[in-house]
Design a protein around this ligand. Structure first.
Ligand code: SAH
Ligand code: SF4
Length: 346
């Protein structure tokens, strides 16, 4: 038994081949356009709805539902059918509503400053598990319309390549989300960036750079040993040439590590030569990395320094910090496992 969101329209039609084609259309419209649960698709007879509910089971069940920023940021911890857990964050702004989805349960990349990386890898998500996160957020966001999807939750989307690309395609085709409003954030899997460029989807690509010299980057992002900065640059150049889209670099500012004047110059050179946008993220605290984030003052100085060197730069606000929902804080894999251990009384 699987989630109804695992299936393409053609696959679903195949599964319901005993029913008239217009039933598939009604179900499809209800699920994807109106974001209804199967039981709410009342254009379909009750008996059939009951049968469909037995045939398809939701992929996600809510373990935790918390919010902050006066309700503007909401985080869910979901349990999957096998007990693995993932997190999804919904962020409501004046001009857009964004969901941040997980692409894997955990992450194998081991970036030192990231809570997901510290917790390790559990497993890949299926396309239905990714899409159900989005549809869950669509329902929670109503009456606002979900406008953006960012693959910046748990996991490395390009290490779950086929699922990521399939989910992106379906969000575009079935939900009508413009590719520009779909963002993939990657730690820098160079060959996968090139492959993604050839998919022909004008998405927004964000590359988590964090350091523009190999020694520091390899310490923060172990994958840099496999795809060092020169190789990453090739992939970025290929992305820009193939898609005609700019890309952005993410840079979590860490005190004394990548917020020095030298780091600023290295970043300006690397990003400037690629015409890339820079997104500065004040480092969010995580239990396994005790180095501090840069002070607010240094974040502003760093931003001004980049601007003075002609770099297009923004500072990302730290939505959801208090509920561990901010960038790099998603780590419920281990926390939940621990909570599920039998409790022994003293
Ligand atoms: N694996 C992908 C996407 C998920 S991480 C990637 O690494 O890009 C999403 C973003 O959060 C990345 O830019 C990542 O570098 C950043 N991040 C991780 N830990 C962080 C932390 N403690 N503080 C701020 N940003 C962090
Ligand atoms: Fe994985 Fe991204 Fe965290 Fe690195 S920053 S460990 S790639 S989720």
């Amino acid at each position: 038994m699987a989630s109804v969101f695992e299936y393409s329209k053609e696959e679903l039609a195949e599964l319901l081949s005993g029913e008239p084609r217009y039933r598939v259309e009604q179900l499809w419209h209800g699920l994807w356009t109106e974001a209804l649960a199967i039981d709410e698709v009342t254009t379909i007879p009750k008996v059939l709805r009951a049968r469909l509910e037995e045939q398809f089971v939701p992929a996600l069940s809510v373990l935790t539902d918390v919010h902050s920023d006066r309700g503007a940021t909401r985080k869910w911890v979901f349990a999957l059918h096998d007990g693995a857990t993932i997190e999804t964050v919904l962020m409501t702004y004046e001009d857009r509503v964004t969901v941040c989805v997980s692409s894997q349960a955990g992450c194998a990349m081991g970036c030192t400053f990231c809570a997901t990386g510290q917790a390790g890898f559990s497993r890949q998500l299926s396309v239905g598990e990714v899409l159900e996160q989005v549809m869950f957020a669509v329902r929670a966001a109503a009456p606002r319309r979900l406008s953006n999807v960012v693959f910046m939750g748990m996991g490395e989307p390009l290490a779950n390549y086929r699922v990521t690309v399939s989910a992106l395609g379906r969000l575009h085709d079935y939900r009508g989300l413009s590719a520009r409003h779909l963002t993939v954030s990657t730690v820098g899997v160079a060959p996968a960036i090139e492959r993604l460029a050839r998919e022909g989807l004008p998405l927004t690509l964000a590359v988590s750079l964090h350091a523009a010299n190999d020694e520091t980057r390899s310490e923060l992002v172990p994958l840099n040993r496999r795809y060092p900065l020169a190789r990453l640059r090739e992939a970025c150049e290929y992305w820009i040439a193939t898609t005609s889209r700019r890309l952005s670099f993410e840079w979590a500012l860490i005190e004394g590590v990548n917020d020095t004047d030298q780091a600023l110059e290295e970043l300006a050179l690397y990003a400037g030569s690629l015409g890339a946008h820079v997104n500065l993220i004040p480092l969010n605290p995580t239990p396994g990395y005790l180095v501090r984030g840069s002070s607010e003052h240094r974040v502003r100085e760093f931003r001004d320094g980049l601007e003075a060197m002609g770099i297009n730069v923004t500072v990302r606000n730290t939505r959801g910090r208090s509920i561990d929902a901010a960038c790099g804080q998603l780590a419920n894999v281990t926390k939940t496992k621990r909570r599920l251990l039998p409790v022994r009384s003293a």
